[in-house]
Write a protein that binds this ligand. Sequence first.
Ligand SMILES: [Zn+2]
Length: 429
Amino acid sequence: MKFVSVLVILFVYANADMARFDNYRVYTVTIENEEQYKAMKYLEENSDAYDFWKSPKINGKADIVVPPHKFADFEVVASNLNMQAEIIIENLQRLIDEERPRNKQPKAADADALDLGWDDYHTLEEIYDWLDEMKEAYPQYINVTTIGYSSENRPIRLLSLSKKPGNRAILIEGTIHAREWISPATATYILYQLLTSEDPEIVDIATNIDWHFIPVINPDGYTYTWTTNRNWRKTRAPVSMLCFGVDGNRNFEYNWLRADETGDLGGSKVPCTDTYAGAYPYSEPETRATEGFLNTHASTIDAFLALHSYGHLFLHPWGHTIVPPTTVDELGGVGRAAAAAILAVNGIQYTVGSSNGVLYASTGTSRDHTYGHHHIPISFTVEMRGNGPYGNYGFFLPAEYILPNAQEVIKGFIALIHRAREFGRFPIN
Ligand SMILES: [Zn+2]
């Protein structure tokens, strides 16, 4: 019944109800003064028309999606503010149309059955089926569990890899932001390398460290980006009469919505915004499920790495203050080691620093929570590829860059682990 299955695929993935972004532009604006900053913050919080891919930061930049009917307004705003605005993407829909390979070769008959295929992105079902296949292939090392269910009742699955008792562990969090497709693609690639690579450095970290992967912590949002709106970020819980979704990465408890030195809350109280922090910490089943796992496992975990896009950043705590954390020497040291290793692979330059200092204020993030509340000593948000020397794609990175991104990031993680061992982490037992 091949004909039927082709029709089904067309219905699901070329759905006529899929949101379109024809001729939408992405502008990068350079924010040089308080007036520009305040205006952009106001726009972010009060206008439905503009979508801030990157929130404003003083003496920094913001990336803003602007629909065609707002081009004229937006350019007047920029001009009145004397603010430099550059178009970095001319037609957002074209990026979505070209993100996945057009002429995909069917998998060769002799291909490795465990090769998920990192020449394309994969649906939640494909990823979950693949986790089961990995468990079947390596039952002696792998455990797959469901740590909870999303608000639409999809399982949140966690895969654990352990080759010997007594190891310290790493937790990899993927896809808390639904549209950051490079996140699950990279998480699955790293797992595959840990199980199949013969590179001695990878064999070492696969053998002497336990690994926990939550490849898709926000399964509702991720599914929604495949069926309805490729540009969706949050969860899918109804949060007001008009809007859906909480930003899972603003919904953890530690310093939830605590203002930084400039008064920035690091998240929003407004349900319709993209950084809505929820009505209270752990209002969402996705963050509660993660917290349940952390409560039983955090004491065995030395590193927490949350995979995001985009920006080429290794961000350590804090998000709620510019004051550096007490262990900034270790955090900065392991982060810089990772960045140097990544640079050596494909020449991509990562920036390392505190989230508030390098990016902008953020509160209720999983990273600050694992570090501040659970005392996981190495906690990072990793912002991977999106805009760079390979082109400007934002969240819609073409599938051909999955492998270069994943290969450089795994080198970064190896270097991070090596440097962390100098601080006494991941002892080889
Ligand atoms: Zn993100």
